[in-house]
Design a protein around this ligand. Structure first.
Ligand code: SF4
Ligand code: SF4
Length: 161
């Protein structure tokens, strides 16, 4: 639980240490980023697979830049943009969706690392890695749907409806 430094009347109860101030600022920054992401997600109609934490890197040495720009076109939140002859990232806008990795013509030119809500860390650097994940998710969804159907069938057999 977050420690409160103020009484109900707004009186300072105790002086926070430097570390506590730093942690508070960090927490506020995280909350701000989360809010921005949530708003962006809503505006682009993405309401699942929402990643709060992650990182994205573009390797300028291998990027085909001017002759390509496919990642910029693919990004749903406009986190990628063209500036001074390079692809640049506004990471506050990135939702770690992997659309850029999926469209990139050079393996490991863009690398996205993201953390799931259950703490699992995933890393993607090639379209193949993104496609494998999508296939795995589709299989899981099919498995879940099948389980529900089987449960419904067994209920109707035993006359539970
Ligand atoms: S992962 Fe790539 S495509 Fe997705 S929001 Fe971030 S920069 Fe855009
Ligand atoms: S898709 Fe890949 S190679 Fe093309 S501009 Fe973007 S990062 Fe560079």
């Amino acid at each position: 639980m977050e420690r409160s430094y103020f009484s109900a009347e707004g009186r300072l109860l105790s002086e926070p240490s430097k570390k506590e101030i730093y942690d508070l600022l960090l927490g506020a920054e995280k909350k701000k980023r989360r809010k921005i992401r949530e708003e962006i997600l809503r505006s682009v109609g993405v309401d699942e697979e929402h990643f709060e934490e992650g990182s994205i890197k573009i390797d300028e040495r291998t990027c085909r830049g001017a002759e390509c720009k496919l990642c910029i076109k693919a990004c749903p939140t406009k986190a990628l943009y063209w500036d001074e002859g390079k692809v640049k990232i506004e990471e506050n806008l990135c939702i770690y969706c992997n659309a850029c990795v999926l469209s990139c013509i050079v393996d490991n030119c863009i690398v996205v690392t993201r953390k799931r809500k259950n703490g699992e860390i995933e890393r993607f650097g090639t379209p193949r890695e993104v496609i494998l994940l999508m296939e795995r998710q589709a299989v899981q969804r099919r498995g879940g749907a099948l389980k529900e159907i089987m449960a419904e069938l067994s209920k109707s057999k035993t006359g539970e409806h």
